[in-house]
Design a binder for this molecule. Structure first.
Ligand code: UVW
Length: 312
């Protein structure tokens, strides 16, 4: 993508200063009392769904960019004291890339022109100690929840998995809203289903899962901005489309990442497993619900594992 066209769009969508010059929560500020009350009103039947994958050595990473969690036992059945008899404790340790499975991207995850969200200088903010601004702990409080809206684009198109390199358009998002009878409102969290996660969960094909894949076109950023969406999540690797031909030569690679995280301050939720929820929504025709997906408050972190929970 040529930077000129991209930069015009970026300027139009930029939220810097909108919530103050020190803001590090971005569009999560849109989750106000009204949005939270709307979330509670979407709870009508008492059904729960987890959208999180497991965290283990058999996770979705193929090793090309990130690895799957390494879990080891630090203590196994260690005695508590000399007289505690047959009683003990066990402790364990996990080493994992924060972006290796179901996860949030913090606003500081990407930058261009040397600047992060809200105009923070990347060279001042990023160091071996982590990010001093726009890091994930700012998304952890006071508790990331809102009304969620599932937009099932795979079902809209009548397929289990969208074709590789299909760029989801604004028309697709509007068509899904119309077909499903939902209206996205300020502070909502939008969940986009491509079906891509089935490459891993059903087909067990990590190469196909991690390779070129369908996702949002960067032009959807304008739609997300206009609808005052708080965050956008998907069941693929990057929320947006991954097409190698474009990725390899673009001067603005992963443009939706750049527009959402850096310009709009809109968090991205990736590798969300939407299969069970989508099947239920198709059955009861209710595509809105309460979603709670608080990241871990990892100080200076640029992402966080998450186990998002939906309540219908
Ligand atoms: C990058 O790798 C930059 O993006 P993500 O892991 O968020 O898809």
């Amino acid at each position: 993508m040529r930077p000129e066209k991209f930069d015009m769009l970026a300027e139009k969508l930029r939220n810097w200063g909108r919530w103050g010059s020190d803001d590090q929560k971005g569009t999560l500020n849109l989750i106000d009392g009204a949005a939270l009350m709307r979330a509670t009103k979407a709870v009508t039947v008492g059904k729960r769904f987890s959208l999180g994958l497991g965290f283990d050595k058999n996770g979705p990473q193929d090793g090309s960019v990130r690895f799957n969690p390494i879990h080891y036992m630090k203590d196994i059945g260690t005695k508590m004291n000399a007289v505690s008899g047959d009683a003990g404790y066990s402790d364990d340790v996990v080493i994992l890339p924060l972006q290796c499975s179901t996860q949030w991207d913090a606003l500081g995850h990407v930058y261009y022109d040397g600047l992060l969200y809200n105009g923070c200088k990347a060279c001042d903010v990023l160091s071996v100690h982590g990010a001093s601004k726009n890091s994930i702990e700012h998304m952890a409080t006071p508790g990331l929840m809102s009304r969620g809206i599932l937009l099932d684009i795979a079902r809209l198109k009548g397929v289990e998995i969208l074709p590789t390199n299909y760029a989801i358009t604004v028309d697709d998002l509007n068509a899904a809203c119309a077909k499903q009878g939902v209206k996205v409102e300020s502070g909502d969290i939008v969940l986009v289903r491509t079906g891509q996660i089935r490459r891993f969960t059903v087909e067990n094909n990590r190469a196909a899962w991690a390779g070129e894949q369908a996702g949002l076109s960067h032009l959807c950023a304008e739609w997300l901005h206009e609808k005052s969406v708080a965050a956008v999540c998907a069941d693929n690797v990057a929320v947006e489309i991954i097409a190698y031909a474009e990725l390899g030569v673009s001067e603005r690679p992963l443009p939706l990442h750049l527009l959402c995280l850096r310009d709009m301050g809109m968090p991205l939720g990736e590798i969300f497993n939407l299969e069970e929820l989508a099947a239920d929504c198709a059955t009861d025709k209710r595509y809105s619900f309460l979603i709670a997906a608080p990241p871990l408050g990892i100080t200076g972190g640029l992402g966080s594992p998450v186990n998002p929970v939906v309540l219908k």
